[in-house]
Design a protein around this ligand. Structure first.
Ligand code: DHB
Length: 393
């Protein structure tokens, strides 16, 4: 009789195969990290993994009596793979948290799995506004495109830029950037002359830059995903746009810290708005950058590393708060968390589950005190910006 019950229970457990069952080992909390470690967005994967590993190296792998174990898998920058891996992670690996997600299609593909399995999903990189609405289990520690676009869109008309062309990568975050740039730029007295969209993969910007030249705006506003800024800057200079009197303004994705110094003098003076710069002058950031660079020689951290580092911070805080409980309880413990990040203070809005943070206006400059390398030097900040995409559809 006991044997029968025991067998039935075992069968039931193996059929359920979700997080409603305890972890494989009760004292281990697994975090299933899905990242583009290869493929078109591999810089994001590498930065994010390094950020997570650094957090763990600094804070250990024990929290609330539990051992934290990272299970990292490469989706090859392909969303179908992100979906398949997320499914395997919740059913086979029995992860308590899904984390990472380098691009919007990857996050959107995994979100229904988070919902069905009641697994908190910490999006550290992908930045289309609507991702947090794709599942009530999504919490974001990175940023949103509306959040970082509105700063530069409002700055430009106040700084002599009256006409602009927008040029964005043709997918979710590009659509957000295009829409919010026009809305805020025009409500501050500017005029968007044309809106251009470049392919996301293997882009050739030459035809778009030619079009910008013909339109002769005061500035071109650009959003491209992390990792593409250097190719864009090269083509921008080759086409002579820097000499044609057309200013370049962008979100900080384009002057990505990993690639910025290699862009050379053409990038000097480019104004961007973004939530993180390696040159952010806080003590915490200086320590973060130093530790990151000693763990990853030759690699400067960028905003993807910081989103991932803070993602681990959020998970650690939440596990501590629930004393190791997972599932919906862990999700609740993530809502409303506030702590200092290398970028400044951040908070998870308990209603939207999205990150609230300062956004900085920055200028690309050579910094004499930092080896004369090029940095995004912060000029001013806009405090505690919530995602504008949540209130304005
Ligand atoms: C996304 C990816 C990026 O690399 C970036 O800089 C911004 C947004 C995305 O796919 O959501």
């Amino acid at each position: 009789m006991y044997k029968k019950i025991f067998t039935a229970t075992l069968i039931m457990y193996s059929l359920l195969g979700t997080n409603s069952i305890a972890q494989t080992k009760p004292d281990v909390i697994k975090i299933g990290v899905i990242l583009p470690l290869t493929g078109a967005f591999s810089t994001t994967g590498r930065q994010s993994e390094a950020g997570m590993r650094l957090y763990m190296a600094q804070h250990g792998n024990k929290i609330a009596g539990k051992e934290i174990e990272l299970v990292i898998k490469d989706d090859g920058s392909v969303a179908d793979a992100s979906r398949r891996i997320a499914q395997e992670m919740v059913t086979q690996d029995k992860v308590a948290v899904l984390a990472g997600f380098g691009i919007t299609p990857a996050a959107l593909a995994a979100a229904p799995i988070a919902t069905r399995s009641k697994t908190p999903m910490v999006v550290t990189a992908a930045a289309t506004s609507s991702i947090t609405e794709a599942s009530p289990f999504v919490v974001r520690t990175g940023f949103t495109l509306p959040q970082v676009t509105t700063g530069i869109a409002a700055w430009a008309p106040k700084n002599g830029i009256k006409t602009a062309v927008s040029l964005v990568a043709d997918y979710g975050p590009g659509g957000d950037a295009e829409k919010f740039f026009k809305q805020i730029f025009e409500s501050n007295g500017g005029k968007v002359i044309s809106q251009l969209r470049a392919p996301v993969r293997n882009p050739d910007y030459a035809p778009f830059l030619q079009r910008v030249r013909e339109d002769k705006p005061d500035a071109v506003f650009v959003f491209l995903p992390a990792g593409q800024g250097a190719i864009f800057m090269k083509q921008f200079t080759e086409r002579g746009l820097d000499k044609a009197g057309i200013r370049l303004i962008a979100t900080g994705d384009v002057t990505d810290d990993e690639l910025l110094n290699g862009m050379g003098d053409a990038v000097l003076g480019v104004i961007t708005s973004h939530h993180y710069s390696v040159a952010h002058p806080s003590a915490l950031n200086q320590k973060f950058v130093k530790s990151f660079e000693s763990a990853n020689p030759g690699l400067r951290p960028n905003f993807m590393a910081v989103g991932a580092y803070d993602g681990m911070h959020l998970i650690y805080n939440a596990v501590e708060k629930t004393k190791g409980a997972v599932g919906p309880e862990l999700l609740e413990a993530m809502k409303g968390q506030a702590f200092e990040s290398p970028r400044g203070m951040i908070k998870i809005d308990p209603k939207t589950r999205d990150v609230v943070q300062d956004v900085y206006i920055r200028r690309a400059e050579r910094v004499a005190s930092m080896n004369n390398e090029i940095y995004n030097v912060e000029l001013s900040s806009i405090p505690a910006v919530a995602d504008p995409g949540k209130t304005q559809k």
